[in-house]
Design a protein around this ligand. Structure first.
Ligand code: CA
Ligand code: CA
Ligand code: CA
Length: 462
C-alpha cells in the first residue's frame, strides 16, 4: 500500500495498492480466514498514515491501527520492490501517526496508535503522536491479552497515563526486537514501556533514551511482570516529580523477576530513589550490565541509590560494573533497605553519595548483601573482594594489568560471554582467584594482547 493508493483496489501489488493500512489488514484477514493463505504480508511504502479503525464509534480518539493474527505488517518500502529483503526501512521512513484531528495538536490524538493481537507482526515503522491522556494507557501501542511480534520499530513522542510508548497488560508478552523508544512519556509509570498483570515480553537489542515518567520507571516499569531484557541500552531517561519518583531507567515492583543481561544503564535519573534501577518486592537477575552516571537527585528526603535502590528485594547481580553514579543522600552505587542482594564479580568504583556510603549503603540490619570476588572502593567484607583501582578504560573495558583480570569467581550466573559477546577466558600468566577459572570482575572481559596472552582453558565456570 502507498499514500497514493486507493482503498477500492485489491492490494495485490504496488499498482493496485490500498491508501490506508486498515483495509489492507482487513483484506489480509479475509484471505487467512478463507483459508487462501496461512499468513499474509502487508507491505507499506514510505509516508505517514493515520489510524482509521474506531474501537468506540462515538469517540474519534479511539482510532487505532488494529493488528490481526497472521497478518504481517512491513513498513520501509519505496513502492517499487518485488522482494521484502529489498526494502530499506531506515531510508524509507514509514510512520504510523496518532495525530488525528487538528494537526500538531496532541489533545485530540489517538489513545493508542497501534493495538496489538496475538500472532500479529509489525516491522519497520515509526509509531508516534499517540496520546492516551488523561485516562488511557499505551499511547504508542496497547497490548491486552495479546502477544504480537514487534521488530525494527521506533516509538517516539507518544504519551499516556501509563506506558507512554507501549503498554503490555493482562498476560501480554510481545517479542520486541531492534526497536527504539525515545521521547515517550507517562503521567504515572513506564515512560517507554509499562508491563503489568503478568506481562513478560522478550525485549532484545532495543534502545531507550530520553523517556520520562512522572511517577516510576522513566524507561521501563514492570509490575507483577518478568520480562527478559538483553542487549539493550537505557540512557538519559527520567523519573521525576516533587514527591520522589523512582527508577529512572527501570522500575520493578510486585513480585517481578525480570532477567536483565548485557544491558547498559547510563545517565538516567530519578528524583526519589534508584537513578538506574529500583526493585521493590521484586528481585531481578542482572548479569553483565553497566550502571554509569545514574543519579538519585532529590535530597534531603529522597535521593537514595544512584545506581540501584532495593526494598524487600533479593536481586542477583553478577559481573556488573557500577561507576560514577550519584545519590543526593545515601548509597551512590546501591542502597539496600530490608534487602540482601547477591553481588558477585562486580565493580563498584567512583560512585558518590552526598551523605554516606559512596558505594553500598545498607539502611538496616535486615540488609546483609553477600558480596564476593568484587572490587569495591573502600572495601567490603566477603570472599575475594578487593579495594584497588580496577584500571578501567573510558569505555569501561579493562586496561592491561587491571586487578579485575581473572579475579572473578565461578557461579551459576556467570556467563561464558561478556557484555560485548566476547568470550570470557583464562589468561595463563595471570593468577586466578581462589576457586575461579579465569573469569574477570565486571561486565567486560579483558581480551588479552595478541602474542602475549594465552588462553589456558576453554571456559567452564559453574
Ligand atoms: Ca491532533
Ligand atoms: Ca579472564
Ligand atoms: Ca589466569
Amino acid at each position: 500500500m502507498t499514500t497514493s493508493g486507493n482503498d477500492n483496489n485489491d492490494g495485490s501489488g504496488w499498482s493496485c495498492a490500498f491508501a490506508n493500512v486498515q483495509p489492507a489488514i482487513t483484506s489480509g484477514t479475509h484471505l487467512v480466514t478463507a483459508g487462501t493463505c496461512s499468513s499474509v504480508e502487508v507491505w507499506v511504502a514510505a509516508g505517514t498514515y493515520k489510524p482509521t479503525y474506531l474501537t468506540d464509534s462515538s469517540d474519534a480518539r479511539s482510532a487505532t491501527f488494529q493488528l490481526a493474527a497472521n497478518v504481517e505488517l512491513y513498513g520501509g518500502f519505496n513502492g517499487t520492490e518485488s522482494t521484502r529483503s529489498a526494502r530499506d526501512y531506515a531510508a524509507n521512513v514509514t510512520t504510523l501517526s496518532g495525530d488525528i484531528g487538528v494537526a500538531n495538536d496532541t489533545s485530540d490524538n489517538s489513545y493508542h496508535v497501534v493495538t496489538g493481537a496475538t500472532g500479529a507482526m509489525i516491522n519497520g515503522f515509526t509509531v508516534t503522536a499517540g496520546n492516551g491522556n488523561p485516562w488511557s494507557t499505551g499511547g504508542g501501542m496497547y497490548n491486552s491479552s495479546s502477544s504480537p511480534t514487534v521488530s525494527n520499530c521506533t516509538f517516539s513522542d507518544n504519551s499516556a497515563l501509563a506506558g507512554g510508548g507501549m503498554q503490555n497488560t493482562h498476560s501480554s508478552s510481545p517479542t520486541v526486537t531492534n526497536c527504539r523508544f525515545s521521547g515517550n512519556s507517562s503521567y504515572s509509570g513506564g515512560g517507554g514501556i509499562l508491563n503489568e498483570s503478568s506481562s513478560s515480553p522478550t525485549i532484545t537489542n532495543c534502545t531507550f533514551s530520553g523517556n520520562f515518567a512522572r511517577s516510576d520507571g522513566g524507561a521501563v516499569g514492570n509490575a507483577d511482570s518478568s520480562p527478559t531484557i538483553a542487549n539493550c541500552t537505557f540512557s538519559d531517561n527520567v523519573a521525576a516529580n516533587d514527591q520522589g519518583a523512582e527508577g529512572g531507567g527501570m522500575y520493578n515492583v510486585g513480585y517481578s523477576t525480570p532477567v536483565v543481561t548485557n544491558c547498559t544503564f547510563s545517565h538516567n535519573s530519578a528524583t526519589g530513589e534508584g537513578g538506574g534501577m529500583v526493585n521493590i518486592f521484586a528481585s531481578p537477575t542482572v548479569t553483565n550490565c553497566t550502571f554509569v552516571g545514574n543519579s538519585a537527585t532529590s535530597g534531603p528526603s529522597y535521593g537514595y541509590g544512584g545506581g540501584m535502590y532495593n526494598y524487600l528485594s533479593s536481586s542477583t547481580i553478577t559481573n556488573c560494573t557500577f561507576l560514577a553514579n550519584s545519590a543526593a543522600t545515601n548509597g551512590g552505587g546501591i542502597y539496600n533497605n530490608a534487602s540482601s542482594p547477591a553481588l558477585h564479580n562486580c565493580i563498584f568504583w567512583g560512585d558518590v553519595a552526598s551523605l554516606s556510603e559512596n558505594e553500598i549503603h545498607n539502611y538496616d540490619a535486615l540488609s546483609t548483601p553477600i558480596v564476593t570476588t568484587s572490587i569495591i572502593a573502600g572495601g567490603y567484607p566477603g570472599t575475594g573482594n578487593l579495594d584497588v583501582d580496577p584500571l578501567l578504560n573510558p569505555d569501561l573495558t579493562l586496561q592491561p594489568g587491571s586487578p579485575a583480570i581473572d579475579s572473578g569467581g565461578c557461579g551459576s550466573t556467570v556467563t561464558a560471554i561478556d557484555i560485548l559477546g566476547n568470550a570470557r577466558w583464562d589468561i595463563a600468566s595471570v593468577a586466578n582467584a581462589a576457586g575461579g577459572n579465569g573469569v574477570d570482575i565486571g561486565a567486560y572481559e579483558y581480551q588479552g594482547a595478541a602474542g602475549t596472552d594465552t588462553i589456558v582453558t576453554s571456559f567452564t565456570c559453574q
